[in-house]
Design a binder for this molecule. Structure first.
Ligand SMILES: *[C@@H]1O[C@H](CO)[C@@H](O)[C@H](O)[C@H]1NC(C)=O
Ligand SMILES: *[C@@H]1O[C@H](CO)[C@@H](O)[C@H](O)[C@H]1NC(C)=O
Ligand SMILES: *[C@@H]1O[C@H](CO)[C@@H](O)[C@H](O)[C@H]1NC(C)=O
Ligand SMILES: *[C@@H]1O[C@H](CO)[C@@H](O)[C@H](O)[C@H]1NC(C)=O
Ligand SMILES: *[C@@H]1O[C@H](CO)[C@@H](O)[C@H](O)[C@H]1NC(C)=O
Length: 436
């Protein structure tokens, strides 16, 4: 991750002119605490706020009739700051709990002095000062996003992670054409994917993790020139759109949703940029082996807690930068291929809770095998803490002898099955796997 943070920082330097904020935002964007703060708002509160938000909107685009009245006595040094004033006053009205009193000084014309609001010279006009960033991370604020926020047309960083914002992202955000980092993670946003963010032309960093978004992922997400996509811990379902391979991201985390089917073909196209892909805890069944092998810059590959079955393809050996590979808690079987254990940078290879029954010689010979390879609860004949193949084997028969990558295709039983039946009824597994 640290190298990616470096990339974001570089990009910020090029595209965003306010370096003072830099360290501050890096520090804040590097963490996203959750869980702990959730208890502040009951489900009933959430319902109430969402309801209130939709009542305040006149139509499906999030347009609201109500207007902020600007006192004519207030003087603004330019019209954009006046718009920012309207946006922030509307937001104050849409906040119904601010226990840390962060918005307490959000009044008066000097919006650049408002707590957690940051100004800098406009990118298109260095002679005027505009609101360029908002950071309300970890502010414990409950409320929603009013349509007036769309008046913040110069904003490049919008960070509101770890609050209790509910409802949805108004369509007016389409006017935030300078947006570079959009982080609404760990809130209570719901409904379908916030499509409007995909119309922000300069967006590089998208973080909507730990919300309650549902439905499918839009294809357009993978056509955007994003550097990082975090949509983990939502309720997304259905298949991952087939154009995933078009995405130029370095990091993509789709974990803890309910995505189904196979990883789409074409992942190999991501080879130049992709460093980390985390797909754990979904319902994925397979991936295309020739694609996977092309991901030569990938360092983290996590498909744990899915429904992968069959055997692992040799082609994974093509991921020559791989450091961490977690395929635990699937239904994989057969041999662990030599090509994987030969990966030069492999530090952490977790295959536990599968049905592997054999491993290549070089896996056994890994110098610090115990540290690198976690092989608990498989069907290895000579290893400690294994499960019984005789008990679990029959359940696997439909996928036996098939490559993990074949399972989305019409069944073609391979005659040269790699699977060895281990004679190991003595190593009985626990009836329930222990919690991890
Ligand atoms: C705004 O400007 C007018 C005219 O220059 C001035 O009379 C007024 O006091 C100013 N308002 C504030 C809040 O400074
Ligand atoms: C909140 O902050 C404002 C401005 O700093 C202050 O005037 C007000 O008294 C504070 N409110 C509470 C409840 O602390
Ligand atoms: C911003 O706030 C500081 C004190 O917090 C004050 O001294 C300064 O005058 C304010 N700036 C403007 C332009 O009002
Ligand atoms: C975007 O900005 C334009 C120009 O100010 C405005 O006319 C339009 O209504 C805004 N769009 C939305 C969806 O708010
Ligand atoms: C998997 O995700 C579900 C929610 O989708 C969550 O409740 C569960 O704890 C997750 N399991 C693991 C092992 O992370």
């Amino acid at each position: 991750m640290s190298s990616n943070r470096g990339n974001y920082a570089d990009l910020r330097m090029q595209e965003v002119g306010f370096t003072i904020l830099l360290g501050f935002f890096i520090a804040l964007s590097a963490q996203c605490d959750f869980a702990e703060s959730r208890k502040w708002l009951s489900d009933a509160d959430v319902k109430y706020i969402s309801h209130r938000q939709s009542m305040n909107y006149e139509n499906g685009y999030g347009d609201r009739g109500e207007k902020v009245v600007v006192d004519p006595y207030l003087n603004f040094s330019n019209p954009r700051l006046k718009n920012a004033y309207i946006a922030l006053q509307a937001w104050k009205k849409a906040i119904n709990s601010d226990p840390l009193n962060i918005t307490g000084n959000w009044f008066g014309a000097d919006v650049c002095n408002y707590t957690r609001v940051f100004c800098s010279p406009a990118l298109d006009d260095p002679n005027i000062i505009v609101v360029a960033g908002i950071d309300l991370n970890h502010a414990q604020i409950a409320g929603y996003l009013p349509v007036e926020l769309g008046l913040l047309t110069d904003i490049a960083l919008f960070h509101i992670n770890s609050n209790f914002f509910c409802g949805f992202v108004p369509y007016s955000f389409i006017n935030m054409t300078e947006m570079f980092e959009f982080d609404i993670s760990n809130n209570r946003f719901a409904g379908s994917f916030p499509m409007v963010v995909l119309s922000m032309p300069k967006l590089k960093y998208l973080d909507v993790r730990f919300n309650e978004f549902e439905g499918c992922l839009p294809e357009k997400l993978f056509e955007k020139n994003l550097d990082a996509i975090f949509i983990n811990n939502n309720k997304f379902t259905l298949e991952i759109p087939s154009n995933l391979g078009n995405s130029p991201v370095s990091v993509i985390v789709l974990a803890n949703n309910n995505l189904q089917g196979c990883l789409p073909d074409g992942l190999g196209q991501m080879a130049p940029t992709l460093n980390e892909i985390v797909l754990s805890n979904n319902s994925l069944t397979s991936f295309n082996p020739s694609d996977i092998g092309k991901l030569r810059n990938l360092t983290v590959f996590d498909m744990s807690f899915n429904n992968l079955a069959g055997f692992l393809p040799d082609s994974i050996g093509g991921m020559i930068s791989l450091e961490i590979m977690d395929i635990s808690h699937n239904k994989l079987s057969g041999m662990i291929p030599e090509s994987i254990c030969a990966l030069p940078n492999l530090k952490n290879f977790t295959v536990s809770y599968n049905f592997f029954s054999g491993e290549a010689n070089n896996c056994m010979a890994l110098p610090s095998r115990g540290d690198i390879l976690d092989d608990k609860y498989n069907c290895f004949p000579d290893r400690p803490s294994q499960r019984s193949f005789l008990k679990y084997g029959p359940a696997l028969s439909p996928s036996m002898g098939r490559s993990a990558s074949d399972l989305c295709k019409p069944i073609k039983i391979s005659t040269s099955s790699l699977i060895k039946i281990p004679p190991s009824p003595s190593s009985l597994p626990p009836s329930q796997p222990p919690p991890v």
